[in-house]
Every structure is written in structure tokens, then in C-alpha cells.
Design a protein. Structure first.
Length: 213
């Protein structure tokens, strides 16, 4: 007879063992586990499947190309889940390639959505065009956060016309381009970016801005 091993508190993939289950089948030990997925699903799983690695989640993980979860409650396969995940990465992960354009600029995601993709998805589903594959999420105010009232779904061209114009010099409409070492004067007018010129000194850029902007 094998020695009983208490699995309480141990983690197996996304599953954390809560307690021994009263379920008995073929004299096997079963354990009540909670999954770390957004649904926090409870599952009763045999010790053999946990220790062998056959079961690593409530069913929310992919195995090859087969979905091992109830699609009805599947956030991972929702078209907006990757959108949420991308926003989290570029606003919170300094290692992400786009962090410099988002997190480094203090652009954040709404606090209640930070660890709640379901809340984010529920809100986005109220916006026109959320399920149109030709549209992507965009912030109405490109200097604003990913938050209620500042999101919409637009075409790529519309999104490009709404590119941020922010100041990294402390002067409105003036940015410093580190690649060409020039100060650029730009302003967004009626959804289009108007370029006024590039200058070697900040003062010349300010003079241009004061005259033309």
C-alpha cells in the first residue's frame, strides 16, 4: 500500500490544491483544486493526473490545437483577450518593445481592468465595431489611459491619423527627435498631423510654434 502524500497547497501548472476530496473511485485519491485562470474554476482531480502532469488547469490551457476548456466560459479564445493582454504588456512590462511609447509615458490601464480581463471585455463589447476584424482598439485621447470613455474601435488609417503628438521637451507641440538631433514642431488639426518644421535649437522651434501654431 503506497504511502499517503498530502498535496494541500501544492501547485501543478495553473492548479493549486485546496483540500482532499471525498470523491473516491478505484481507490484513488482525489483533490479539490482552484485554477489561476480569470474564472478561478474549481475542479476535482485525481492525484495521479496532478502528479503526472496530465492535468495542469481547469481546461483553459491549449493542448496542441485542441481547446481543453468549456468554450462558453473561455476568455482565452475571446477576440478581445489578446487585446487586453497586449495592453497589459505595453503599459506595465518595461521589457516589451512598445513600453517606451506607453508605460514609460505613464499611460495606464484602468485599475479595475488590470487583473480583470472579463471586465475589460464586457465594457468593450458595448462599443460599436468591437467584433469587426477590420477594426482595432484605439484611445480617443492618445495621451490618455485605457479607460472607460477613452476607447473606440477604428480602422488602421483612422488610428494612424490619431497618432500621439506629445511633448518630451516641456514645450507644447515640440518634440526632440534623438535620431536626427532636431526639434520638431507638429500639431494635430482635424484629425490630421500638420508638420511645421525641424530646428537645431529649442528656441527656434519655440519661435516657429509661437508664430504658426
Amino acid at each position: 500500500m503506497s504511502k499517503f502524500i498530502d498535496l494541500t497547497g501544492q501547485k501543478f501548472g495553473r492548479l493549486t490544491v485546496l483540500s482532499r476530496s471525498t470523491k473516491n473511485k478505484f481507490r484513488k485519491a482525489y483533490w479539490e483544486c482552484i485554477c489561476s485562470c480569470p474564472n478561478k474554476t474549481l475542479k476535482i482531480i485525481s492525484a495521479d493526473n496532478l502528479k503526472s502532469g496530465n492535468t495542469k488547469s481547469c481546461g483553459c490551457l491549449f493542448k496542441g490545437k485542441t481547446i481543453q476548456r468549456n468554450v462558453k466560459h473561455n476568455l482565452y479564445s475571446h477576440s478581445l483577450y489578446k487585446t487586453w493582454e497586449g495592453i497589459i504588456q505595453r503599459t506595465t512590462n518595461p521589457q516589451h518593445k512598445s513600453y517606451k511609447n506607453y508605460g514609460a509615458r505613464k499611460i495606464k490601464i484602468y485599475d479595475l481592468w488590470l487583473k480583470d480581463p472579463a471586465g475589460f471585455i464586457k465594457y468593450c463589447e458595448t462599443l460599436p465595431g468591437w467584433d469587426d476584424p477590420n477594426l482595432s482598439i484605439d484611445r480617443i485621447d492618445n495621451n490618455g489611459n485605457y479607460e472607460p470613455g477613452n476607447l473606440r474601435f477604428v480602422t488602421r488609417s483612422e488610428q494612424n491619423s490619431n497618432r500621439r503628438l506629445y511633448s518630451n521637451t516641456g514645450e507644447k507641440y515640440i518634440t526632440y527627435n534623438e535620431l536626427n538631433k532636431l526639434y520638431q514642431v507638429q500639431k494635430q488639426i482635424s484629425g490630421r498631423v500638420k508638420y511645421f518644421g525641424s530646428f537645431k535649437t529649442l528656441q527656434k522651434a519655440i519661435d516657429c510654434r509661437n508664430q504658426l501654431c
